[in-house]
Design a binder for this molecule. Structure first.
Ligand SMILES: NC(=O)C1=CN([C@@H]2O[C@H](COP(=O)(O)OP(=O)(O)OC[C@H]3O[C@@H](n4cnc5c(N)ncnc54)[C@H](O)[C@@H]3O)[C@@H](O)[C@H]2O)[C@@H](O)CC1
Ligand SMILES: Nc1ncnc2c1ncn2[C@@H]1O[C@H](COP(=O)(O)OP(=O)(O)O)[C@@H](O)[C@H]1O
Ligand SMILES: [K+]
Length: 505
């Protein structure tokens, strides 16, 4: 699903009107028809509150649509001065059709009392400053009345900034928000969850393929993930699903390596090998399907030549969880990223997480070696170390900072957290799955394992990161329906079933 904001709405509008030659009034009509589809047939007694822009225009068009179905409809017009053209056209038709229109704020309380459903079209993507005066008063009244009425917002609850989700002084608290064409970036702001209610994204008569060249940002949906699927060939063998080399875990943190390896195996990689201390036997018990490449941490040099062969045999290498920042860890990390092509002549892909990112932050010349073949999966603090921006700065400007970083270093950046962001600097995915019940140690290791496995199975880097983040969060979302806490082990045991559900449903 396309992800957009205030500017992109105007861009799409302009393209539809100027290039596709769809008159703007037709777009408004389509929006109104799509909106009305979501209103329960049994509802009657509507109060529609309209501003003077196109959001208000949508409101008048919706009023007409409901009126023509024989519903009891009243309109509150906030202002009929300086209306947008299409708003004026629909306002005039409503008047001509004999729909009752009220103008005085003193009448509002009575109007609320008489209606069952409030539909508000005060501001949409055109809101451009703090709400004051009569607008503030009306929104306050809607929120007071909303205790026993169903409130629908057109496009965006009036008062929410479509780009940032900021509340511009005050906002309508909607039960249902029916938004057009794009999932608004502002909806990702978790602080306004209670203002949005249920979110529905509707079409206004534009086929996604005719407008998707205009924007390259997406909110991940099950349909998108399904469309990424690469079908498994009946004749395929384990060599077709990737040789994955993992460097994760060290004394005290072997669990991290085990989690990465098990997630990788369960996601379907052909062959998984873990570089681990020669004295670590836990891998074989925890993940019998994985192989180990034993390292003598007391004398790294003794292993480096053999390691080179292992690297040359790999399709993808995941590095980082639980490796620490010791000199030995650094030497192995440096070796693993030093060879670009494997012995089949293919580029060896890299997934860098946790300590690999910390090592990278402190040794920036290594960025040169990872260009055009890597996914970096930092959480907020790791990303702050990588960029030098504070966590607050990143939170305020996630889209721009992640895109700029990915573009500058020519990598895929996956910034973990609520609505994980994945970008290559041009295209961007915002994840729609995941929850706070999965915020516990080992979760990121599990994500790394899933993603490197998908890369091994020949999914491209953006899609691997997108499917991985979606799947990881989706499993947690399903599990919280029947348990309170979700750990990495729970995710691991449900990976395969969830992939089946997503790809085949
Ligand atoms: N492509 C699309 O997505 C379509 C969008 N449509 C609708 O068009 C809306 C955008 O319409 P507009 O651009 O006319 O904008 P809005 O209707 O959101 O609001 C703009 C009006 O409000 C005023 N205003 C802005 N901030 C204010 C404030 N703080 N206090 C008082 N007045 C303020 C402006 O001066 C202007 O008159 C969308 O939200 C959507 O509802 C539909 O008509 C169909 C097509
Ligand atoms: N509140 C949340 N909502 C959605 N996803 C979350 C939330 N908290 C954590 N996660 C997900 O859990 C994972 C945690 O990763 P990370 O912080 O690296 O954990 P660890 O280092 O302990 O393995 C990430 O994929 C993150 O997106
Ligand atoms: K609105």
């Amino acid at each position: 699903m396309l992800l957009g904001g205030n500017k992109t709405t105007r861009k799409i509008d302009n393209f539809a009107i100027n290039n596709l030659k769809i008159p703007s009034i037709v777009l408004m009509e389509n929006a109104a028809i799509s909106f009305v589809k979501h209103i329960d047939e049994n509802e009657d007694n509507f109060l529609i509150i309209c501003g003077k822009g196109n959001n208000g225009g949508d409101g008048y068009a919706i009023a007409r649509q409901l009126f023509s179905k024989g519903k009891n409809v009243k309109i509150f017009c906030i202002s009929n001065e300086n209306m947008s053209n299409d708003c004026m056209i629909n306002y005039e038709i409503c008047k001509n059709m004999g729909i009752e229109i009220f103008y005085k704020i003193e009448e509002l309380d009575k109007l609320f009392f008489e209606c069952n459903v409030v539909i508000e079209g005060i501001f949409g993507t055109g809101l451009n400053s703090e709400i004051k005066g009569i607008y503030q008063e009306i929104i306050q009244k809607i929120n007071t009345a909303s205790n026993n009425k169903k409130v629908y917002s057109i496009d965006i609850p009036s008062g929410i900034n479509g780009d940032t989700g900021e509340i511009m002084g005050i906002s309508v608290k909607a039960d249902i928000t029916i938004s057009f064409v794009t999932y608004k970036k502002g909806f990702l702001n978790s602080k306004i969850k209670d203002f949005l209610g249920k979110i529905i994204i509707e079409n206004i008569g534009l086929n996604e393929t005719s407008i998707n060249h205009l924007l390259k940002e997406y909110y991940l949906t099950p349909d998108m993930i399904k469309s990424f699927r690469i079908k498994r060939n009946e004749d395929s063998h384990k060599g077709d699903f990737g040789k994955v080399l993992i460097f994760a875990g060290s004394s005290g943190f072997y669990g991290a390596g085990n989690i990465v390896a098990k997630s990788c195996v369960r996601t379907g990689a052909g062959l998984t090998t873990v570089i681990t201390d020669k004295n670590n036997f836990s891998l074989n018990v925890f993940v019998p399907e994985a192989m180990s490449f034993p390292i003598n941490f007391d004398n790294i040099n003794e292993n480096l030549e053999k390691l080179e062969n292992e690297i040359l045999n790999s399709d993808v290498i995941a590095i980082g969880p639980g490796i620490g920042k010791s000199e030995q860890a650094f030497l192995i990390f440096e070796k693993l990223i030093s060879i670009k092509k494997n012995n089949k002549g293919n580029t060896i892909k890299l997934i860098l997480d946790a300590d690999a990112l910390n090592l990278l932050s402190e040794n920036r010349k290594l960025f040169e070696k990872i260009r055009n073949r890597s996914i970096l999966t930092p959480h907020l603090v790791e990303f702050s170390r990588l960029t030098g921006f504070s966590t607050d700065e990143i939170n305020k400007n996630r889209f721009e900072i992640t895109k700029n970083f990915a573009k500058k270093y020519e990598i895929i950046l996956l910034l973990k957290g609520k609505n994980t962001i994945i970008t290559n600097g041009e295209e961007l995915f915002a994840n729609s799955t995941g929850n706070s019940h999965m915020a516990n140690g080992g979760m990121g290791d599990c994500l790394t394992g899933i993603i490197c496995s998908l890369v091994g199975q020949k999914y491209d880097l953006m899609k691997s990161a997108g499917i991985g983040a979606y799947l990881h969060g989706k499993i947690a979302d399903e599990l919280v329906k029947k348990q309170y806490i979700v750990n990495a082990s729970h995710i691991i045991e449900n990976i395969s079933e969830c992939i089946l559900n997503i790809f085949q449903n």
